[in-house]
Design a protein around this ligand. Structure first.
Ligand code: G6P
Length: 383
């Protein structure tokens, strides 16, 4: 099938705009429409088709991935630990290959790869399978894949996959596939939480309801923020460095915002946990280095604000990804990229959108080849 740009200037922009539909498709596929918390249903809100055996006795989860998929995995770790209470480790596949962590019992290994063909991820999973083969049953390999390509090598290698429903992605910089991976992790964490009863049913229901609101909220962000971001992008024509900060579940989004910018605009960018700025990166700051801070309501809101103020005191231009309802933010940030206020756990789905748009519009403004950035490949099938 030929995939067309449908009037968008680049595939990446089209794919950014496809995200509400991708989230809708994920919800339609994996959320049980008949599930309502009031009836305290005897079945999970999530229908991933994962047999209960895979979840039984689970003590550890280890996630292996590269690039943007690694960032989605970091969000996944946060969700699984906070919602399902299972210790979860995320490793770069290229590192795990040559220095795997000690073998733990009753462990689920998850390989996350959009393409299902990334050499490092496949090799890390294969190595894990090999070293566990023939050991006592509690050490037996249990492999799950999260991929956008159900026909990929990954899919053939693992016991089960979560098919992320993003549709073919052409832009080298991953956007909608990242979004779909996030959805995969919400479903996995909620399914685990339901089956292990690690979460009050009311809280679970709130998150499920929150998920249902996301497509409309992403649409709103695209509609309201894109013109502003396009405008804002003009001001960074000469910028050489960018810093992105976030904490908690939005720390991986800071990493992803920085990666998008690096990949397509060739601007040096760093994503940092906001609380770590004082241990080094703050030395980089001056009026030439803009700082993007993700400061949405939740457990770390005040903390991020004070980290942002530290940056402002060094003359950095401050761009805030904040809640639309947040009046306090207006007096702190030079520019606001506002998203609807949602449960902190759901916020990455919204906070990543303005960062994708910012990277896109800066690169497009610079006249770069957004869909085919230099030195990069859509999937890296060699080591
Ligand atoms: C390449 C792409 C990245 C991607 C990474 C992992 O480097 O340029 O956008 O995140 O591979 O790809 P995967 O298919 O494993 O998710």
């Amino acid at each position: 099938t030929t995939v067309e740009k449908q009037g968008f200037r680049h595939f990446m922009l089209k794919e950014i705009h496809e995200q509400p539909g991708v989230v809708r498709a994920c919800l339609e596929t994996y959320l049980n429409p008949d599930w309502h918390a009031q009836d305290r249903p005897a079945f999970s809100p999530i229908n991933l088709g994962i047999p209960p055996e895979l979840y039984d006795n689970l003590e550890h989860i280890q996630i292996l991935a590269c690039g943007t998929s690694w960032h989605a995995s970091l969000v996944g770790k946060y969700l699984i630990e906070q919602l399902a209470d299972i210790p979860t480790m995320v490793q770069y596949a290229s590192e795990f290959r040559y220095a795997p962590s000690p073998i733990t019992a009753n462990t689920l290994t998850i390989g996350v790869t959009q393409s299902g063909e990334t050499a490092d991820t496949l090799a890390a999973l294969e190595a894990e399978k090999q070293r566990r083969a023939g050991l006592e049953p509690k050490y037996a390999p249990q492999l799950l894949g999260i991929t956008n390509r159900p026909e990929s090598t990954l899919a053939r290698m693992v016991d089960r996959i979560v098919n992320t429903q993003a549709g073919i992605e052409i832009g080298v910089a991953a956007t909608k596939s990242f979004m779909a991976q996030l959805m995969g992790f919400y479903f996995l964490a909620l399914d685990l939480a339901y089956r292990r009863q690690s979460l009050p049913i009311e809280k679970l229901a709130l998150i499920v309801e929150g998920l249902r609101q996301l497509p409309g909220q992403i649409e709103l962000v695209l509609e309201k923020q894109e013109p502003l971001i396009e405008e804002l992008a003009h001001e960074f024509a000469e910028t050489q460095d960018f810093i992105f900060i976030g904490r908690g579940i939005n720390f991986p989004i800071a990493l992803e915002g920085a990666l998008k910018l690096k990949e397509i605009s060739y601007i040096h960018a760093e994503g940092y946990p906001a609380g770590e700025m004082k241990h080094g990166p703050i030395a980089l700051l001056d009026s030439k280095v803009p700082v993007v801070a993700i400061a949405v309501p939740g457990s770390v809101y005040e903390k991020v604000l004070s980290n942002a103020q530290e940056a402002k005191a060094r003359d950095a231009r401050l761009i805030g990804v904040t809640a639309m309802t947040d009046r306090q933010a207006e007096s702190i940030f030079n520019d606001l990229l506002a998203v609807p206020a949602v449960d902190e756990l759901l916020s990455p789905v919204l906070t990543v959108i303005p960062l994708q748009l910012l990277a896109y519009h800066i690169a497009a403004r610079r006249g770069l080849d957004v869909d085919q950035p230099r030195n990069l490949a859509k999937s890296v099938t060699v080591e």
